[in-house]
Design a binder for this molecule. Structure first.
Ligand code: NAD
Ligand code: UDP
Ligand code: UDP
Length: 317
């Protein structure tokens, strides 16, 4: 059943996606409780909401129990960039797994729907292309990406077991590479890295030969998908891929960024990190059918908006 005006918990709400989600929820009239330990999040992402009568911030680590009263939960807390989730890999798994248990325990006590920000990383280095939700993935359980990939896989298991065992209303979204304003300038993800390097006139660091592919979704499109999924009937659980199926090589992305920014940045190669997936493209037929959702902002326009954001941010700093 669609839910009306509610008090909504967003974990990871001071991060890139969480802060945009909160803006949408506030816009539509919800009250929002933002819970974040500020590991990768930044208060500046939510500064504009300070003092808003329907917004509250709580500094808290979701790997510890949380007793609050809310009507719906979006669980986004988890570092998303490889350099950040690999900095303290044990904590990354705790955040994904123990954090999921705590948020599911909270949802169970309150009998409220809970959304999980899962990831295309559950497919690992996929042998099936494009990836459908029916594909079980190809994940190294002991590599440097495993704390994130296996943590998110285990979180999905927990969501489905709480659903089967305790009849929780769950909504699991598998998010594919998303970019846009409020990505952390130093968070190491490819779109922000390339834009910041180009704006500073530095070399563009391509890992490997740049032939690996990703499919990039603009943040506004993703958020429409989140809200549509949360508003579906109780029987709709996901997992459901949300992403933009237009696929690019990393070299194509680098060239597009340099062309747009101008300047004298050169493309340079650096070693490919271990277990870096060679290809990634969502099959979004399920999202189209179930949510009537389609991405609308293509890379060309999304890059322009993101470049404008970072240009202004760098000029101010
Ligand atoms: P982000 O790093 O900007 O945001 C994550 C937020 O979670 C940060 O504010 C961080 O401080 C907070 N956090 C981390 N550990 C926490 C803990 N133990 N307790 C409370 N808060 C904690 O990343 P993002 O891109 O906004 O990602 C949000 C969610 O979406 C993550 O769960 C991520 O795995 C998922 N996701 C993102 C993408 C993407 O392309 N952006 C792709 C797939 C999945
Ligand atoms: N929990 C929480 N907030 C709540 C309810 C539960 O943080 O409002 C946590 C609590 O730490 C618990 C976990 O969620 O260990 C799982 O809860 P559940 O009820 O599933 O299991 P149990 O309490 O039996 O361990
Ligand atoms: N990448 C790159 N240069 C960078 C940052 C990333 O070539 O400065 C590559 C990285 O090796 C990967 C792709 O870009 O193949 C996407 O990396 P990101 O960390 O953004 O996301 P993920 O690997 O989790 O999809």
């Amino acid at each position: 059943m669609p839910y009306g005006r509610h008090r909504v918990l967003v974990t990871g709400g001071a991060g890139f996606l969480g802060s945009h989600l909160i803006d949408r929820l506030i816009e539509r009239g919800d009250e929002v409780l933002c819970v974040d330990n500020l590991f990768t999040g930044d208060k500046s992402n939510i500064d504009h909401l300070t003092g808003h009568p329907r917004f509250e911030f709580m500094r808290h680590d979701v790997s510890f129990p949380l007793y609050v009263e809310v009507d719906a939960i979006y669980n986004l807390a988890c570092p998303a960039s490889p350099i950040h989730y690999q900095r303290d890999p044990v904590q990354t798994t705790k955040t994904s797994v123990v954090g999921a248990i705590n948020m599911l325990g909270l949802a169970k006590r309150l009998k409220v729907p809970i959304f999980q920000a899962s990831t295309s990383e559950v497919y690992g280095d996929p042998a099936v292309h494009p990836q459908t939700e029916a594909y079980w993935g190809n994940v190294n359980p002991i590599g440097i990406r495993s704390c994130y990939d296996e943590g998110k896989r285990c979180a999905e298991t927990l969501f489905f077991d709480y659903h089967r065992q305790h009849h929780l209303k769950i909504k699991v979204a598998r998010i594919f590479n998303t970019y846009g304003p409020r990505m952390h300038a130093a968070d190491g993800r490819v779109v922000s890295n390339f834009i910041v390097q180009a704006l500073k006139g530095e070399d563009i660091t391509i890992y490997g030969d740049g032939s690996q592919t990703r499919s990039f979704c603009y943040v506004d499109d993703l958020l429409r998908g989140f809200l549509a999924l949360m508003d579906t009937a109780d029987e709709v659980t996901g997992p459901i891929n949300i992403g933009n199926p237009n696929e690019f090589t990393i070299r194509q992305l680098a060239e597009a960024v340099v062309r747009k920014v101008g300047g004298r940045s050169k493309l340079v190669q650096q070693p490919l990190p271990q277990d870096d997936p060679t290809q990634r493209q969502p099959d979004i037929s399920h999202a189209r059918d179930v949510l009537g959702w389609n991405p609308e902002v293509e890379l060309d326009e999304g890059l322009d908006r993101t470049i404008a954001y970072f240009r202004e941010k760098l000029e101010r700093s």
